[in-house]
Design a protein. Structure first.
Lengths: 294, 776, 154
């Protein structure tokens, strides 16, 4: 229950934070909402010598509409995303995903950036950002770069962020016309983490065929991923129930599927297929509603 | 008209302090100079302790002492076991393992430091060198000839074998017209997981040679006696106080190593020592519940009447005996016939040592296992004979006229009307409508399941002749000189609400306002004797003692009043704050009688001053609450996910003193029973490592896991105690588990599924459906 | 490190170690033991308090992070001896048994009603998913929150 001792730093701006991150390297650890890191510290599975608390950096907490994209500051909390009216109407996948994370207290404190940078294989956000082809904005003392979501998650608890980098923001495309999205999750009854979580965004063409599809799956493999075969089987096609089912059977193709006490690899693979279909179906339903309106 | 208090929905006296944050649990107490203790526990399920290096721990600034098993030898007694069974093997159970550890989490070293942060830092620095030994986790493997031994001093891992026989088993076996139905049930291991973990403060004063221990326990008086024995402090100078206790469910019906070590440390260091259990420790080293394998055979007539029941129970006891470890599975045998008058019974119970934490009393303690076996059996019979499960139960119920009834197990059931509760729950649930809906949905490929359970439990523990350490209870009632009333009970409620229900008893009997009564419990220097709160006994035994004490008190008060009023004492009625004659012609205010008793200027002949009376109530029998539950579930045909749609129950706990409290007990019990059926599972891997060691892995059900519980009652009073109450603390847990499993198995009937073991996790159900599809 | 915190309306200053958890600060430094600790993994919610009006698990935050913040604990809910409608609701509806989860449960419910003054039963259950209770089976807790919603709406 008791973390080891550490030195505490609370930078007031991004520049100061990047300087500290550069200075402490592997001895330092960034603290945002704390819901991944603090439990690990209490169990003494993590023991950073320097804790760099970035929660006071106001410039990293925002939701900004930029044309047909949204830029979201890394320190925006799950609750802010869940309750954003702007996102509900223009990028509903994000509030819908946020709502499924942990519990109210976790969503009040936990941040988008903190969750993504931790890259827990059962976290919810990775599914959404992968499905949306988000762009991750990393900043360090020596500069900044943009990392596509597909390259961001490297492995179990590992991202493309360098030790001296801070994830500052992510950019996601707004819901286009004739688009729909959805998040479907099988929740672990104790932890609330995703046993399987599937985020989907689809865009229909004028004839009602699937013009675009993006699917992100979390909980199933060591990191969130896009099921290429599934998307390929649907892209440009008319989405009937049978085709959906066949396509979604490929939800875990090529993935080393996780296995634990709650769900074996076989069952988790099966859930991935079912939940992928449910997410895509729901997204299609919404896309077709949106098509009728427009 | 008498003021009605008993039987009313009265809100609790306990609550104001709890809802304001003003109550004090053990960890909320702070004593001058208090030190903090933490434990280093075994990371192996079975190993020799080759060496312990605590030099680095001792050098941490603020560390006061480091204790090992050897430091306690001859100075602190072993963890006690009170269960007495014939031929029972009782292994030594030192408070700190001196040379060998037998389960993950067994305490080896205790660190005492100035604060808990320092104590944990130091604990991290203790180096223990282990010599791993072979591990046995599976109780059936533990019974094999070449199994590793948990205790090398014993020839095998069998702790005891107990047999229970009734009727004529030969007759059953020779009757070829009977149909034999066999099934194996696994009743999985559970974690009691009260929200407050265990905690203790021990404070020894060398000047007085006196030990005071604050502990989160259900049995302060028994603990006091045991700590006196363990520490060698004169029992007259031992005091145990239970402050607020944050839930227990049987897990604090025990005497634990940590209570002993804290007492020892305080005695050695001359300062108060506090230990608060962490949640991981709680999952590892607080007793676990259930963990039985049941091989069942039922012999049934073609009309569904069961002629005989045979069961072999393998009970996984874990590595050591805690206070009641071996006694728990014997209750399963005792109650295995449930509410059916089955004439022939044969049960063998084998208690087995394994390299796991001890099992012991967890809400229901042996009876949920029995109810699960017999209630699943009834559904298997229904399935086999293609009868409705409600009908099979009806055919096996004894008539209400048959009570009191001695079953083939030798148990004497007090009173019951099983037909009535069943009928009521079938009506409440719209059972026949549900069956029709099920039919319709099945045609659409949707799987609705309806599960029944009609249970009886053995409660109000119990007659002393059948209890390990006394089954009586102590109660005392004192009218104070200000006419306020103080009640002392030897029970130790920790959420059940007896500060309220006992005050109701006393206020009603004395005809005074409810607010004028205060109930005390949980301090051995304030309450003279006691057994404690467990086994649904607090109201049925402890309440009966209070009731008895208040009758004595009324007699005495009537003598004072009669003396003043110049009437016969027997004529007086207590009501509305006065004592009056039946015709109302003469009366005297309650307060004036109190004054007469305390000022004592004119005493009636042979009457002593003062108004204090006590009673030790010895129950002549157990009580047997019963009920009928219906669960309605929907199973997702694609994923195996279970949605609990409705839950209906009718419970009969005898006379109801406060319906609000009864509802609360039932709801909480349901949550735990349903939790076992669907989610909870405390799992060790084959190396004896606990896999479900945190609340991230072990599922404690959450608010959104449950539907609205539709509860109601019937009231069949028991003659076993003067209140007519039977007990309700465990009813929900006992009744609900089989109802849920029966419902899920019922939903899976189209797949030909006959049985699934708990917990009914989606994957298990999915596999069963998949297998059925593959066979079709 | 020096921190300045406004707890239940009163400012105080303390010198704390960076690793001191907020829950330990509240319980052992500020002496407010109504906030409880039930797990080590940020699951049970027994330690829930309001920080800046938001329900948080005080075991998952360091005291130094609360510097400058306003904190409400269970001890601060009743005003002038008057129980908060939620406290009253828990009492009226028997929303507690052992009482250990209750302070956290009440503060989570407080958060829920602040955002959704008239929640459905399902919304109440969902709103309390971060708080475990082993005693009540939750039903009376749901009723307690309904009671408070009604009482506050008057």
């Amino acid at each position: 229950m008791i973390p080891e001792s550490f030195e505490y730093h609370a930078p007031k701006n991004l520049a100061e934070a990047t300087r500290l991150v550069g200075q402490f390297g592997a001895d330092g650890k960034l603290l945002a909402g704390g819901h991944s890191l603090v439990p690990l510290m209490k169990l003494r599975l993590a023991a950073p010598k320097h804790l760099i608390d970035i929660t006071g950096i106001g410039e990293l907490n925002y939701i900004r509409e930029e044309g047909d994209r949204f830029e979201i500051g890394a320190l925006t909390t799950h609750f802010q995303l869940e309750s954003s009216g702007l996102l509900k109407s223009r990028c509903p996948l994000l509030p819908e995903t946020a709502r499924e994370i942990g519990d109210v207290q976790v969503r009040n404190k936990g941040t988008l950036g903190g969750s993504l940078a931790h890259s827990d294989p059962a976290a919810d956000w990775p599914a959404a950002v992968v499905a949306l082809d988000a762009e991750m904005h990393a900043v360090s003392a020596s500069g900044e770069r943009r990392i596509p979501a597909k390259d961001f998650f490297v492995d179990l608890l590992a991202t493309a962020l360098q030790p001296e980098e801070i994830l500052a923001a992510i950019r996601v495309p707004a819901l286009p016309a004739r688009g729909g999205d959805a998040y479907a999750k099988h929740c672990h009854p104790a932890s609330g983490f995703a046993v399987v979580g599937v985020a989907a965004r689809v865009v229909l063409d004028e004839r009602g065929n699937l013009a675009e599809i993006g699917v992100g799956i979390t909980g199933v493999g060591p990191k969130a991923y896009r099921p290429a075969a599934l998307e390929e089987a649907l892209r440009g096609k008319s989405p009937g129930r049978k085709r959906l089912e066949e396509a979604c059977a490929h939800a875990a193709d090529g993935v080393e599927v996780n296995s634990d006490l709650y769900a074996s690899a076989e069952y988790r693979g099966h859930l991935a297929a079912v939940y992928a279909r449910r997410a895509v179906e729901k997204a299609l339903e919404r896309a077709s509603e949106n098509s009728q309106i427009s | 008209m008498r003021t009605k208090i008993l039987g009313e929905r009265i809100k609790r006296k306990e609550d104001p302090r709890l809802i304001r944050g003003g109550a004090h649990y053990v960890d909320d107490l702070k004593l001058d100079g208090m030190l903090y203790m933490t434990f280093v526990r075994s990371v192996y399920a079975h190993a020799k302790i080759k060496s312990i290096n605590d030099a680095a721990a001792r050098s941490v600034h603020g560390v006061v002492d480091v204790l090992r098993g050897r430091d306690l030898e001859g100075k602190l007694g072993n963890v006690p076991c009170a269960a007495g069974l014939e031929g029972l093997k009782i292994p030594d159970h030192p408070c700190l393992a001196p040379d060998e550890v037998r389960y993950v989490g067994e305490p080896i070293v205790a660190i005492v430091a100035r604060d808990r942060y320092i104590a944990e830092d130091a604990a991290d620095k203790v180096e223990i060198e282990y010599g791993p030994l072979p591990v046995v986790v599976n109780p059936e493997k533990a019974l094999e000839k070449d199994s590793p031994l948990v205790h090398s001093k014993f020839a095998d891992n069998v702790a005891f074998v107990a047999k229970l026989e009734g009727g004529d088993w030969k007759l059953v076996e020779n009757d070829k017209s009977l149909k034999l139905i066999k099934q194996r049930f696994i009743n999985q291991r559970l974690a009691p997981a009260s929200m407050e973990t265990r905690g203790v403060i021990a404070s020894y004063s060398s000047g007085e040679d006196a030990l005071t221990v604050w502990s989160s326990t259900q049995i302060p008086h028994l603990l006091k006696t045991q700590l006196a024995v363990m520490t060698g402090v004169d029992e007259a100078r031992c005091r145990v106080i239970t402050p607020e206790v944050g839930g227990a469910f049987g897990s604090k019906l025990n005497v634990y190593a940590e209570e002993g070590v804290a007492s020892f440390a305080s005695k050695k260091l001359g300062k108060p020592v506090k230990w608060i259990e962490g949640r991981r420790e709680n999952m590892q080293a607080t007793i676990h519940g259930r963990d039985q394998i049941n091989d069942l055979e039922v012999y049934v007539k073609s009309d569904g009447v069961v002629a005989g029941l045979r069961c072999r129970i393998i009970a996984d006891l874990g590595a050591y005996h805690q206070l009641l470890t071996p006694a728990i599975p014997t209750l399963t045998a005792l109650m295995i016939l449930g509410c059916y008058n089955i004439p022939n019974v044969w049960v063998e119970t084998i208690g087995v040592f394994t390299n796991k934490m001890a099992t012991d009393a967890y809400r229901g303690a042996g009876r949920p296992e029995a109810t699960y076996i017999i209630e699943r059996a009834m559904d298997l019979v229904a399935n086999e004979l293609n009868l409705d499960p409600a009908e099979v139960r009806q055919r096996n119920f004894p008539s209400p006229k048959d009570f009191p009834l001695t079953l083939a197990t030798g148990v004497d059931y007090d009173t019951a009307n099983y037909q009535k509760t069943l009928k009521k729950v079938l009506k409440a649930s719209g059972y026949s409508r549900l069956r029709k809906e099920q039919e319709r949905l099945r045609k659409k490929g949707k799987y609705l399941g309806i599960g029944l359970s009609t249970y009886v439990e053995i409660c109000a523990m119990g007659p002393s002749s059948r209890m390990p350490a006394g089954g009586w209870e102590f109660g005392m009632v004192r009218v104070e000189p200000t006419a306020k009333v103080t009640v002392y009970t030897g029970t130790s409620p920790h959420g059940q609400g007896e500060e309220t229900s006992f005050a109701q008893i006393v206020a009603e009997e004395l005809g005074i306002p409810f607010d004028n009564v205060t109930v005390y419990h949980g301090d051995t220097s304030v309450v003279q004797h006691g057994i404690g709160t467990f086994g649904s006994r607090t109201t049925a035994v402890g309440g009966a003692a209070i009731f008895g004490a208040v009758q004595k008190l009324k007699k005495k008060m009537a003598r004072f009043a009669a003396f003043k009023l110049k009437v016969k004492p027997g004529e007086l009625i207590f009501d509305g704050g006065k004592l009056q004659t039946a015709d109302g012609s003469k009366s005297i205010p309650f307060g004036e009688v109190v004054e007469a008793a305390y000022y004592a200027r004119q005493l009636p002949p042979g009457v002593e001053p003062g108004l204090t009376e006590q009673m030790v109530f010895e129950p002549p029998n157990y009580t047997f609450p019963f009920g009928a539950h219906v669960a309605v579930v929907e199973v997702d045909g694609e994923t195996g996910e279970v949605q609990l749609r409705n839950y209906y129950c009718v419970d009969d706990c005898g006379r109801i003193l406060n319906p609000l409290l009864v509802d609360g007990q039932v709801h909480g019990g349901l949550a735990q029973g349903i939790g076992q059926a669907l989610w909870e599972d405390h799992v060790y891997d084959e190396n004896g490592q606990l896999i479900t060691g945190t609340l991230m892995d072990y599922t404690l059900p959450k608010a959104h896991h449950f539907p609205w519980f539709e509860t109601s009652n019937t009231e069949t009073r028991t003659p076993v105690n003067p209140l007519g109450v039977k007990g309700v603390g465990e009813a929900g847990t006992i009744g609900s588990t089989p109802a849920i499993v029966n419902a899920v198995v019922d939903a899976l009937k189209p797949f030909g599924v006959r049985h699934l073991d708990m917990p009914l996790k989606p994957e298990k159900i999915w596999r069963a459906m998949k297998q059925a599809a593959a066979q079709a | 490190m020096k921190i300045r915190v406004k707890i239940n309306g009163a400012w105080r200053e303390d010198d704390v170690a960076p690793r001191l958890l907020l829950v330990h600060y509240l319980r052992e430094v500020a002496g407010l033991t109504g906030t409880h600790i039930g797990c080590e993994t940020s699951i049970c919610g027994a330690c829930t308090v309001l920080v800046g009006g938001q329900a948080v698990k005080s075991c998952t935050m360091f005291a130094v992070q609360a510097d400058g913040a306003e904190i409400t604990t269970i001890e601060g809910l009743a005003k002038d001896g008057q129980l908060h409608p939620l406290q009253q609701g828990f009492w009226e509806e028997h929303g507690l048994q052992c009482g250990f989860c209750t302070p956290g449960m009440i503060l989570s419910a407080h958060q829920l009603l602040a955002r959704n003054p008239h929640p459905t039963r399902e919304e109440i259950r969902k709103g309390l998913e971060g708080n475990l209770c082993r005693c009540t089976g939750y039903q009376h807790i749901v009723k307690a929150v309904e009671y408070a919603a009604k009482a506050s709406g008057k």
